[in-house]
Design a protein around this ligand. Sequence first.
Ligand code: SD4
Length: 361
Amino acid sequence: MPLTRRDFIARTAAAAATLSLTERLHAMRLATTVLPVGTAGAARIVSSTNGLRGVARAWEMLQRGDDTLDAIIAGVNIQELDPDDDSVGLGGLPNADGIVQLDASCMHGPTRRAGAVGCIEDIATPSLVAKAIMDYTDHIMLAGHDAKTFALEMGFTAQNLLTDRSRQNWLRWRARLNPGDFRLDYDDDVAIRFTHGTINMNAVNTAGDMSSVTTTSGMAYKVPGRVGDSPIIGAGQYCDQTVGAAGSTGRGEANIKACGGFLTVEFMRQGMAPEQAALKTLERVVAMTEARQMNDKGRPRFDLNIYTLAKDGRYGSASLYEGGTFAVADDKGARVETAAFLFKRAEFPTGPVPVQRARAR
Ligand code: SD4
């Protein structure tokens, strides 16, 4: 039978009577951090802006009484299966070799389970593969070729995820890589398309059940085999339904070092409001950023966005730079709202990116 907060504190106090001062302080700290801190409130779905259609679908499913994770995965499936969205699933921009490699992860609050898949090829819905790993194995993450084999065994269908549009974009990128090579540049007036558009989505229902999911094709033209933050539990998303859920889009490398999803939930556990927790996580991201990625005024050369939802339905989002938005669905409908930010858009570093050298400090 689960311990009530009162039982837990009483037992901790009884045990503490026999302990040293340091042990007692540690026990008291545990008593205030491991116990439920949130109570259920309003149902709500929060996601990155590209999930606007997805939050509407997820909201409908919550209203029917569907599970929070089923609802948000159905929400992100819309973008995953949309060939015109070049940041996730089918049509996602490929790696440097022209191969689409996808990452995703999910957490199911009621059962405290998690699933993740890294670098999977040819399966359009990695969010569902992550859930299948969660549901049908005693592992959390599968990666690469064997993750695809697992998905095929589970009944997923393999398909070529490179659309003609994403292949053309990749060809342009490759042709312009090196002016000294033997490939002629073409379509000089067409800008090279890099992606910003992973989806993170988080849900809470009126019972206080929560879930989170993040899915992406990752950085466009990445080094083959690269895995970003999206499939890393605690970075790309995190859910502890005693407190809340959080996830991110943007430069995964920066988010991994700060454990952004986990840290945001932990800041909420300490009592911060969702938006404040997201801003505090971004401060940590900046503090952890290597010099090569900063300009001389201490501004990062990338953006990162955090989306967050508390068990009681409070929510928020913050970006490193001004101009960020996010999607919300609740009993007022599905809409886009403005995110908080750390830095003015005008402060975003412009000009040439410094030459990157191996072992540069
Ligand atoms: C990644 N976080 O793979 C993802 C990319 C992303 O907007 O969110 N782009 O690093």
